[in-house]
Design a protein around this ligand. Structure first.
Ligand code: 5GP
Length: 202
């Protein structure tokens, strides 16, 4: 059975990462997003088991103790983590998995899996990022200013990633993301000898 590939996608809050990813996964049945666990409270319209698995701090800590996370990090005072089970379920089905995680998590995943591809989504400008955060109307002014400071720190880490996308035009960004995913999946090192070559050459 073909194993799916692991893609990490990071971006500062408001760069449009979630919309981009959900558009790509709607278009492509071979790409799924791993649902993370978090200790933060759900925002309006967010659903448990769909956007995140919303859990209590003690449950999160128990999962850390049981080594159930591939990676975990503290972001904006809340804990976030990717469970091994979520990722395995997707890759075992032969599908590609996207981890929508921050740079700290990305660094942990890269250390464990040599064949990951990491993509960083950049906003066209800080003003654009601020406008998007305000338009989203999910946070108060204090939180927005905190997110902007945090964004600058996050952006500094984009040099550790394999690819970047500047999310100015949504359709172009979707195309760029799909082209990165497809180029990686079609690398000769991913060619499954028994599946493809044996049939072709016998
Ligand atoms: P939000 O609370 O706005 O949904 O997400 C805040 C940040 O947490 C985003 O940068 C998002 O990518 C990151 N994040 C979400 N899930 C995970 C995870 O499982 N692990 C890590 N390291 N970061 C995550």
């Amino acid at each position: 059975m073909k194993q799916g590939r692991l893609f990490i996608i990071s971006a500062p809050s408001g760069a449009g990462k979630t919309s981009l990813i959900s558009h790509v996964t709607d278009m492509r049945s071979d790409i799924k997003v791993s649902i993370s666990h978090t200790t933060r409270l759900p925002r309006p319209k967010e659903k448990d088991g769909v956007d995140y698995f919303f859990i209590q701090k003690n449950e999160f800590d128990e999962m850390i103790c049981k080594d159930e996370f591939i990676e975990h990090a503290i972001i904006y005072d809340h804990k976030y983590g990717t469970s091994r089970k979520s990722v395995k379920k997707i890759t075992d089905a032969g599908l590609h998995v996207i981890l929508e995680i921050d740079w700290q998590g990305a660094a942990q995943v890269r250390k464990q899996f040599s064949s990951t591809t990491s993509i960083f989504i950049l906003p066209p400008s800080m003003q654009d990022l601020e406008d998007r955060l305000k338009k989203r109307a999910q946070d108060d002014d204090k939180t927005i200013s905190r997110r902007l400071t945090f964004a600058k720190n996050e952006i500094k880490h984009c040099i550790d990633f394999d690819y970047f996308i500047i999310n100015q035009d949504f359709d172009i960004s979707v195309r760029e993301l799909l082209s990165i995913i497809d180029s990686e999946k079609n690398k000769i090192s991913n060619l499954n000898y028994s599946d493809v070559l044996t049939k072709l050459l016998n």
